[in-house]
Design a protein around this ligand. Structure first.
Ligand code: S3P
Length: 427
């Protein structure tokens, strides 16, 4: 449990963001598949990425940590058979990308996860991987899944969802497949897989929301410098935006346009936010972000193509919306119901306790801004991003907020509380 008692005078300071979770998973998996050594600098050391490391080690991949870097000894596309179950823990990315990798291996394996992950939908990856030639025992709706890989063929696949996990599973399998795979999605989801596969010497073409990869292909190990996680930065962006007088500099944040919807939204709501020192790490754009609090925020409509660009930031955005003037309507975000928790119902139930005027809809939220937040007993609902959003709301609230089951923050950001505290103490 974490308790937030004081309403800080002023938030100020500089923070270096932890490594991006999505990019760390991909660097590990592509490093494992590649020929040669992959060195990963600035990686995220948190539970979800540890789950990926654990699963890859079970498949015979040597991964070691040396002087703040991870060294992955690639197995040139061929994993070792594991009699043991591969446990993805709480990590949807681990489970789904791993299934893509296993689809190309000539053996059977079982993938499972924790109670939350066992409830999350897997048909979305099972269906295309079956079409490519992988075999699954049973219905294939949820974990645990027993997959038998082998000879794969390229497919044309139009996903009904903009999902980077599904896209990545199919593209990883496509590396093993004979012939062309063409993958389409309704809106472009995060494109780290496409960018990094190309960095690992794969030939891959992207046009709009369509990706084409001709298999089979091999990967070459390389150095990866992981940008800071914009999904972690989101909590501090909002904390600063709603705190009058705040001055917070977030350094080394990945600002890939497929992830940076929160920047667009906070700016459109009226936040004083400046992007500085823009540069490129590998194929990923990185910048420092300065936020000054106290500007008048106003409600906004958030729907359509921007949703996949900020899907993980919606719990944080809800806190900004509560501090704004007027109504914020979030729609087309039904995917929130199948994340680490049902985030639509978690935001509604927990923030209501703090006095937020929030109503849930089938695919989103309606937040009436301007209500005064008050401290309360709230619960993370087992979801790291809900826990961090509640802590940020607690900072802005009158009175004491206790966030129960906040230990789950370690899933993506073990250093979150000390980082937040450092901003408060400098106030
Ligand atoms: C992720 C993709 C997103 C996101 C998740 C991480 C990834 O999910 O919500 O936290 O690393 O590919 P989708 O698969 O729904 O895009």
């Amino acid at each position: 449990m974490i308790i937030i008692t004081n309403k800080p005078e002023r938030l100020s300071g500089e923070l270096i963001m932890p490594g991006d979770k999505s990019i760390t998973h991909r660097a590990l998996i592509f490093g494992a598949l590649a020929k040669g050594i992959t060195e990963i600098k600035g990686y995220l050391d948190a539970e979800d990425c540890r789950s990926t490391i654990k699963c890859l080690r079970r498949l015979g991949v040597n991964i070691s940590a040396r002087r703040g870097r991870l060294l992955v000894e690639g197995r040139n596309m061929q994993m070792a058979e594991s009699a043991k179950v591969l446990d993805a823990g709480n990590s949807g990315t681990t489970a789904r990308l791993l299934l893509g990798l296993l689809a190309g291996q000539p053996f059977s394996a079982v993938v499972t996860g924790d109670i939350s992950l066992q409830k999350r939908p897997m048909r979305r990856v099972v269906e295309p991987l079956r079409q490519m030639g992988a075999t699954f025992k049973g219905e294939g709706e949820q974990l645990p899944l027993n997959i038998s890989g082998g000879k794969l063929k390229g497919i044309r696949y139009s996903s009904s969802k903009a999902s980077a996990q599904v896209k990545s599973a199919v593209l990883i399998a496509a590396l093993f497949a004979e012939g062309q795979t063409v993958y389409d999605e309704p809106y472009l989801s995060r494109n780290h897989t496409e960018l990094m596969l190309s960095d690992f010497a794969a030939e891959i073409k992207s046009r709009g929301s369509q990706v084409t990869l001709e298999g089979p292909q091999n990967l070459k190990g390389r150095q990866v410098l992981v940008p800071g996680d914009i999904s972690a930065a989101a909590f501090f962006m909002v904390a600063a935006a709603i705190n009058p007088g705040a001055e917070v500099l977030l350094k080394n944040v990945g600002i890939n346009p497929t992830r940076s919807g929160i920047i667009d939204i906070l700016k459109n709501m009226g936040t004083d936010l400046i992007i500085q020192n823009k540069r490129i790490w590998g194929s990923e754009p990185v910048a420092d972000i300065m936020i000054r609090g106290g500007a008048k925020l106003h409600g906004i409509k958030i729907d359509g193509e921007i949703i996949p660009r900020l899907i993980d930031e919606i719990p944080a955005i809800a806190v900004a919306a509560a501090a704004a003037e007027g109504k914020t309507v979030i729609a087309d975000a039904g995917e929130l119901r199948v994340k680490e928790s049902d985030r639509i119902s978690a935001v509604t139930s927990q923030f209501t306790r703090m006095g937020m005027a929030v109503t849930e809809t089938e695919d989103g939220l309606i937040i009436e801004g301007g209500s005064r937040l008050k401290g309360a007993e709230v619960n993370s609902m087992g979801d790291h991003r809900i826990a961090m959003a509640l802590a940020v709301a607690g900072l802005a609230a009158e009175g004491e907020t206790a966030v129960h089951d906040a230990e789950v923050i370690k899933i993506s950001f073990p250093g979150f509380i000390p980082a937040l505290r450092s901003l408060v103490n400098k106030g």
